[in-house]
Design a protein around this ligand. Structure first.
Ligand code: ADP
Length: 154
């Protein structure tokens, strides 16, 4: 069984994340969307809110599980029989950051492979932080996030 973990902050989940999941699930038997718990990183949505909103926003995508961890992603993957990590790439900055992250994860556990999805053209400018900035300045975010996030973030 091919199990992958899609780790992230998901503060909040965006249409960019959803697109990656819809494309990735065609390649794996199961994907675990893993919310990273980082006490040093201040988030807008609480851990519970992030888990709940992801569940609601992804309910039409089959074979997904939503979970969280405060530990290392690779350790979580190993414990749950996952041998792939999924990450998204939007630009050169992502490429640089994600290459380093992949190397760091490889150094910890070389049996886990990171698989990258290049963002769909229409999602290239979407990030959770941009969504929050736009919202603060009163802009419309309805094209950037799932419906339930729109309601939640109001
Ligand atoms: P993290 O804090 O781990 O970067 P994010 O929730 O911001 O968590 O992102 C999780 C993953 O999703 C990252 O690999 C990121 O590059 C990717 N991602 C974020 N937004 C998009 C998008 N619009 N299109 C494709 N991938 C994206």
């Amino acid at each position: 069984m091919k199990i992958a973990v899609f780790p992230g902050s998901f503060d909040p989940i965006t249409n960019g994340h959803i697109d990656i999941l819809k494309r990735a699930i065609k390649l794996f038997d199961k994907i675990i969307v893993l919310v990273a718990v980082n006490p040093e990183k201040k988030t807008t949505l609480s851990l519970e809110e992030r888990v709940e909103t992801i569940k609601e926003a992804t309910k039409d995508i089959p074979n997904l599980e939503i979970d969280f961890t405060s530990g290392l992603t690779v350790a979580y993957a190993k414990e749950h029989g996952a041998t792939y990590l999924i990450r998204g790439l939007r630009n050169e900055k992502d490429f640089e950051f994600e290459s380093e992250l992949m190397a760091a994860n490889k150094a910890i556990d070389s049996s886990i492979e990171t698989v990258f999805f290049i963002a769909d053209e229409q999602d290239i400018e979407i990030s959770s932080s941009r969504v929050k900035e736009l919202l603060k300045s009163g802009h419309d975010i309805s094209k950037l996030v799932p419906k339930n996030i729109l309601e939640k973030m109001k």
